[in-house]
Design a protein around this ligand. Structure first.
Ligand SMILES: Nc1nc2c(c(=O)[nH]1)N[C@H]1C(S)=C(S)[C@@H](COP(=O)(O)OP(=O)(O)OC[C@H]3O[C@@H](n4cnc5c(=O)[nH]c(N)nc54)[C@H](O)[C@@H]3O)O[C@H]1N2
Ligand SMILES: Nc1nc2c(c(=O)[nH]1)N[C@H]1C(S)=C(S)[C@@H](COP(=O)(O)OP(=O)(O)OC[C@H]3O[C@@H](n4cnc5c(=O)[nH]c(N)nc54)[C@H](O)[C@@H]3O)O[C@H]1N2
Ligand code: SF4
Ligand SMILES: [Mo]
Length: 713
């Protein structure tokens, strides 16, 4: 009796205190830091602790977002069942009911309005397997040409520029460990300290080694504070600034003649173009003095190893493609490519922003960076998928253009997986009209996002803790994220959901996978021989080795540093391109006298759907704000900490004014992590870059006014 009592007591205690260790990887930015999540359970109470893992991409570091990521994944607002809107309210339904609903709706719409009347919209948080499968689902499952994804708003300018200049698009041309070898570094429109915080130590180390860091940003950030020189450029004027820098370098013969001759083409055109560039005009356009432009040029060109990093500040412009081309011109003209500590990097954004742009969720793309317009590429993929090439749809349109087609009634149904476009699309009023006009909107998400609120059907998908798959970080390094726990409730993985929908659409034969690894093995074949070649990568290798793409065969670890001897263009040379002194398409005017630029804060992520559900992160920045110079604020009757309206010709948003005497007087800054009346995209400009269709998120013309005019009393 006593013995069994003691045994019972011992078991009770064991039940009462357990610890589970989950190895996982951060769901947020492109660095892809790894970590352990410890779950300590006492009875019903659970406590969590997060530990970084040593020997990983960021050398055992984690930022506050990574440390708190589990808070949204374990949040009580996770959707655990499919839900259908009935009389304006969501009701739980079974998976089979949900799948039949999609089948009926999509089939009817496609019969009545054609195959392209159904669109698909993806995201850069999806694993490589899921991004690949989403592309196949659109083309084989639905036979629609309309698929694009949120990466259009993110990486498209850098991607098109690198493709044209180098013949290949991969975030960084070098491994992160090479950053400390650089002697001069330009950080253009990138706020690494707040957006990829665990990378910052690489730049600090470069600085400790004596590197000179130049930051280009219209406002002061934690990143510009690290710099030795901060160029507070007028928003949208970076292309002109680089023209000034290049002109000084060429006038003073500081360029690398030999590198230009041997490894590039197009230099003569650039030289000729620059002969007509006037430095005083550049100073006027950029708001920077001639002396400082000269100083920048001489400093950058005088070292033997330099790097340039760009991010959304210069890319999310209506001329983002050309601006990146000009930064690449600068790197090439000074011979800073293909050697240790010298190169270019477009600092990729989302967790799988890199892999998500390689395998076919883009309107014009097939897996492995193949082109949907290239007959050879089409044949290869059609063969692999087991369909006639004729049945493979053609090129669709970009993300914002899809919104326009929905607003026009041409696209009548949409399947969204991993994006919250009601918040993240420029000119959000149009996005709202577009989504509301749809006959059927299906949203696959972990939460009822703002976009989800408009859905006819919500499908619950798994979080990073549950979903196994590969992700490719900003260096082009492929990582394998393991599932740390099983799915809660009736949640399914994105790839399972795609297979399920394909099944009810009668396409089961093309989507018969039992695990993520099966999809990866098909992706390996689909990418084989393509530019982003993953053929040599396997799950078992990823568990042991560090592997970058391109990786054409097993036993090969890919290329950490690209372009050491040759570029990926047919003649092996990089292409330089003359770039004009672009100005933003929307100019300030009497009615809208200020520039508005938008971006991020450290504690929130993108549309905020995840971080606003994390108590620790959300507490750091509970609401939006409008950064404004005190002088400008005075001129417009705005007191620090009071609510203001910001209006453009497209719409209005409302947030609290926050004085900042380090921002340009002609510029406001607002983050985009909030919806409703705090959604800055009610105001932003929808004009697109002609090459890559990137919207001009970073510059528009606005006016600001107090919600209550305190100066009148
Ligand atoms: N904390 C946090 N981290 C993130 C994200 C997040 O939402 N929150 N998102 C991830 C994603 S998807 C992305 S794409 C990256 C984005 O990373 P970044 O591109 O670094 O972030 P942004 O804040 O959008 O823009 C960077 C800077 O550009 C500046 N800028 C604005 N206009 C101009 C201009 O005309 N010229 C120049 N030179 N600079 C300008 C802004 O003031 C801002 O400081 O971050 C990733 N990491
Ligand atoms: N004004 C302004 N607007 C911008 C930008 C800017 O700088 N300024 N930046 C642009 C950029 S760079 C980006 S990347 C976009 C991002 O814009 P969005 O794509 O809208 O951003 P997220 O908040 O990541 O939305 C992802 C949604 O999918 C869910 N989700 C997360 N992971 C998964 C998953 O694995 N599966 C599924 N099914 N769902 C998932 C989340 O809960 C969330 O609701 O915003 C763009 N919009
Ligand atoms: S740096 Fe990026 S990947 Fe690393 S913990 Fe922070 S948000 Fe996550
Ligand atoms: Mo992004």
């Amino acid at each position: 009796m006593t013995g069994s009592f003691l045994e019972h007591f011992r078991h009770q205690q064991q039940d009462a205190e357990t610890e589970t260790v989950m190895d996982t990887q951060c769901p947020f930015c492109s660095v892809q830091c790894t970590m352990q999540l410890l779950e300590h359970r006492t009875g019903d109470r659970k406590k969590y602790k997060v530990l970084p893992l040593k020997d990983t991409v960021s050398d055992g570091r984690l930022c506050i977002k990574g440390r708190n990521a589990h808070q949204h994944a374990l949040h009580k607002e996770r959707i655990l069942h499919p839900m259908k809107k009935v009389n304006g309210q969501f009701e739980e339904i079974t998976w089979e009911e949900a799948l039949s609903f999609i089948m009926e709706q999509f089939s009817t719409i496609q019969e009545q309005d054609g195959l392209d009347a159904v669109g698909v919209y993806g995201g850069g948080s999806l694993t490589n397997e899921e991004a690949y499968l989403l592309g196949k689902f659109a083309r084989v499952g639905l036979k629609t040409k309309h698929i694009d994804y949120n990466g259009r708003y993110c990486m498209s300018a850098a991607a098109s520029a690198m493709n044209e200049a180098f013949g290949l698009d991969r975030g960084l041309t070098n491994e992160m460990e090479e950053i400390p070898l650089a002697e001069c570094i330009i950080l253009a429109g990138t706020n690494i300290a707040e957006c990829q915080p665990t990378l910052l130590p690489y730049f600090r180390k470069a600085k400790d080694n004596g590197a000179f860091i130049i930051a280009i940003d219209p406002r002061e950030t934690l990143t510009t504070k690290l710099a030795d020189l901060h160029l507070k450029v007028k928003p949208g004027m970076d292309a002109a600034l680089v023209n000034g820098v290049l002109k000084v370098i060429l006038d003073r013969n500081l360029h690398d003649e030999r590198f230009i001759q041997e490894r590039t083409e197009g230099f003569d055109e650039v030289l000729e173009h620059l002969s007509g560039v006037d430095l005083d005009a550049i100073a006027d356009l950029t708001g920077l003095s001639r002396q400082i432009i000269e100083y920048t040029a001489v400093t950058f060109a005088s070292v033997s190893r330099a790097m340039v990093f760009t991010a959304r500040g210069v890319e999310q412009q209506t001329h983002g493609h050309d601006t990146v081309r000009n930064f690449i011109n600068l790197v090439l003209a000074t011979g800073n490519m293909g050697k240790p500590g010298a190169g270019y990097g477009a600092v990729t954004g989302q967790g799988n922003g890199q892999g998500g742009r390689e395998h076919g969720q883009k309107a014009d793309q097939l897996p492995g960076y193949r082109s949907i317009e290239n007959p050879e590429h089409r044949n290869y993929i059609a063969d692999l998928w087991g369909i006639p090439e004729k049945e493979l749809p053609g090129k669709g349109v970009s993300a914002y253009e899809m919104m326009e087609k929905m607003a026009d009634g041409e696209i009548k149904a949409l399947f969204i997986m991993g994006s919250n476009p009601l918040i993240s699309t420029p000119n959000a009023t149009l996005a709202a009209q577009a989504l509301k006009r749809l006959k059927c909107l299906v949203v696959v998400d972990m939460f009822v996002s703002e976009t989800g609120m408009l859905a006819d059907l919500l499908l619950p998908s798994s979080s990073y803790l549950e979903d196994e798959g590969t992700l490719t970080n900003l260096e082009g390094r492929v990582t394998l994220r393991r599932a740390a726990r099983s799915c809660p409730g009736e949640v399914r993985h994105d790839w399972q959901i795609l297979c399920d929908v394909a099944r009810v659409l009668g396409k089961e034969a093309y989507f018969s996978y039992t695990k993520a690894e099966d999809i990866f093995n098909e992706l390996r074949l689909a990418s084989k021989g393509g530019k982003a070649d993953y053929f040599g990568i396997t799950y078992s290798r990823l568990k042991e080795e560090r592997i970058y793409w391109p990786c054409p065969k097993e036993g090969h670890n890919g290329e950490g540093r690209l372009f050491s001897e040759t570029f990926a263009r047919p003649n092996g040379k990089a292409k330089m391109l003359p770039v004009i002194n672009h100005v933003p398409k929307e100019r300030t005017s009497e009615s809208y006298p200020l520039h508005l630029t938008t971006g991020r804060v450290m504690s929130h992520y993108l549309s905020g759907s995840q971080t606003r559900r994390s108590p620790a992160l959300s507490a750091r920045q509970i609401e939006s704000f409008v950064k404004i110079h005190p002088k400008t604020a005075n001129a417009f009757g705005i007191k620090d900490g009071t609510m203001v309206y910001v209006d453009s010709s497209r719409g209005r948003m409302k947030a609290r004014g926050a004085y900042d005497d380090s921002i340009r007087e002609d510029t406001l800054f607002i983050p985009f992590h909030w919806g409703g009346e705090q959604n800055v995209n009610n105001v932003t400009y929808q004009g697109l870059d002609p090459v890559c269709k990137m919207p001009g998120f970073k510059v528009c013309a606005v006016r600001v006014s107090p919600v209550i005019d305190l100066t009148r009393n």
